[in-house]
Design a protein around this ligand. Structure first.
Ligand SMILES: O=C(O)CCC(=O)C(=O)O
Ligand SMILES: [Fe+2]
Length: 281
């Protein structure tokens, strides 16, 4: 199959993801949704700067907005367009893993490059399955990055090495993929979503010195029922994690150690007995 720049139909998206480990979906967010999210980020940056972490590789970030706006943000975490695709690549086992916003100012755009990496950190290092040969889509985890502002040629850009999930290092991917080895920077209009297998090597290319835009993104990671929690810190609000709605509760059920602690210390209802609350300090 030939790599293409963007995919629009469900069939194209899934076929491209299956072949290369990612898909680029233009207009995943509507103009109204973009407006809502950009206003939210503007407001939170101005009103609550302390809730944003200091710049990491040029980007400030905020992972607390799901806690603050459970229902509003759940609509994006289980987005009407993306979530059915996420469920498909995760074999119907999708579980919430992480949700955050990042913002790169114009001044920081050219200093915002990352190194090539995959997002599996702790789980991979303890021998966890980083890709699943029994899943046609290979993924044990998937992430969606949404561009909330246009990403031009000069802007910081997410960049993928297609079909690199099974190699131990980027050098090995280069050697084994040979002529098929590519580094593909992804640019697009606000509302573009990149759905990717987090084991596929990727990076953020820095912006050019003349970039006058910066970049704003929403990052949403999903685990699987058969995978371990991705982080040891992400937290979710009681309204979702202990929802009366069975599907909601199940989706938010893969609790991290920090989530167990958070629930113990902040929820009104007791922590369900199947979580190891006694082992948490
Ligand atoms: O911001 C980007 O373009 C990539 C971010 C990323 O790969 C990461 O945070 O792991
Ligand atoms: Fe990454």
């Amino acid at each position: 199959m030939k790599r293409t720049e963007t995919q629009t139909t469900r069939e194209e998206i899934l076929a491209h993801y299956q072949a290369f480990g990612y898909a680029v979906i233009p207009d995943a967010l509507s103009a109204e949704e973009l407006d809502e999210l950009n206003r939210l980020v503007d407001r939170e940056l101005a009103a609550d700067p302390g809730s944003w972490h200091k710049p990491i590789e040029g980007a400030v970030g905020n992972g607390s907005l799901l806690l603050k706006y459970p229902r509003e943000m759940d609509r994006f975490v289980r987005h009407r367009k993306l979530f059915p695709l996420i469920q498909e690549v995760l074999r119907g086992e999708a579980r919430f893993a992480q949700f955050d916003f990042r913002d790169i100012t114009v001044e920081r755009a050219s200093g915002s490059a990352m190194g090539f990496h995959r997002d599996i950190s702790w789980y991979g290092t303890v021998g966890g399955k980083i890709w699943d040969p029994e899943n046609p889509y290979k993924s044990t985890y998937a992430c969606v990055i949404y561009y909330l502002k246009d990403v031009h040629d000069c802007c910081p850009a997410f960049c993928m090495v297609p079909n690199s999930h099974e190699y131990g290092t980027l050098d090995e991917a280069k050697e084994k993929l040979g002529a098929a080895y590519e580094e593909v920077p992804i640019r697009g209009k606000a509302g573009t979503a990149i759905l990717y297998n987090i084991t596929t090597y990727h990076t953020r290319k820095g912006g050019k010195p003349e970039c006058a835009h910066g970049r704003r993104t929403m990052h949403n990671y999903h685990s699987r029922e058969s995978s371990a929690p991705l982080t040891n810190w992400a937290t979710v609000p009681e309204e979702l994690a202990l929802s009366a709605d069975k599907d909601t509760r199940l989706f938010y059920s893969q609790w991290t150690p920090n989530q167990i602690k958070y629930a113990r210390d902040h929820y009104k209802q007791p922590v369900p007995s199947y979580y190891p609350v006694k082992s948490i300090k």
